[in-house]
Write a protein that binds this ligand. Structure first.
Ligand code: MN
Length: 232
């Protein structure tokens, strides 16, 4: 039989041995987390409905975060790098985990940007100043930009993204990528992106991707695009 004093000592010792690895484990496993949306789920209506936003954020984006953390479990130092760095350098990782990091790291980065690249209709501003000059010099007019961007989104076969990036010949350029690839993987600088995976629009627009893209322009956060452009 243990005395009360011995029992206390024993339970304290057990608590200590359990507590220390738990704290260390929590730090190692921290990894990437789902960012909060910068607005309410219904804020982007009517362009993007609340149900699509909810599923897109809490299911799809969460899955990219979870699967990225799982893929990097054996590379703990990568779990504390900025996600931009992970995506830009994923080819330095062991080959076996590169596809998972490319898809899920790309997914986490693309969506983290995407939420910020949109704003409640009427609050995202319009391109002006240096950004508007760059758009005019690259696409003729803002409408010229919209036409090219919409065309990139429409012609991305299957799942992927349409992008506005810093250009090589002109100040700005349009790009598209399949799956969750990011222009960052090839050294590109992203200013704006639109998710053209069916999960981004199918509940409301069904197969009509063009209708989704046209409605999406109403929720572009040009103020955020201008910030990225100023830092390019
Ligand atoms: Mn998506």
């Amino acid at each position: 039989m243990l005395t009360r004093r011995e029992m206390l000592r024993t339970s304290a010792a057990v608590a200590t041995t359990i507590a220390i690895p738990r704290i260390a484990g929590a730090q190692e496993a921290k990894g990437f987390t789902l960012p909060k949306l910068p607005y309410a789920v219904e804020a982007l209506e009517p362009s993007i409905d609340a149900e699509t936003m909810t599923i897109h954020h809490t299911k799809h984006h969460q899955a990219y975060v979870d699967n990225l953390n799982k893929a990097l479990v054996g590379q703990p130092e990568w779990l504390s790098k900025p996600i931009e760095e992970v995506v830009a350098n994923y080819k330095k990782l062991p080959e076996a985990i590169q596809p998972a990091v490319r898809n899920n790291g790309g997914g986490h980065l693309n969506h983290s940007w995407f939420w910020q690249m949109m704003a409640k209709p009427g609050t995202g501003g319009e391109p002006k100043g240096e950004l508007l000059k760059a758009i005019d010099a690259s696409f003729g007019t803002l409408d010229g930009f919209k036409k090219e961007f919409l065309n990139a989104g429409l012609t991305q076969f299957g799942s992927g993204w349409a992008w506005l990036v810093v250009g090589k010949e002109k100040p700005l350029a349009i790009a598209k990528t399949p799956n969750q690839d990011s222009p960052l993987m090839d050294g590109g600088k992203v200013l704006l992106g639109c998710d053209v995976w069916e999960h981004a629009y199918y509940l409301k627009y069904r197969n009509l991707r063009a209708k989704y893209l046209e409605a999406w322009f109403a929720v572009v956060n040009w103020n955020f695009v201008a910030e990225l452009h100023a830092k390019k």
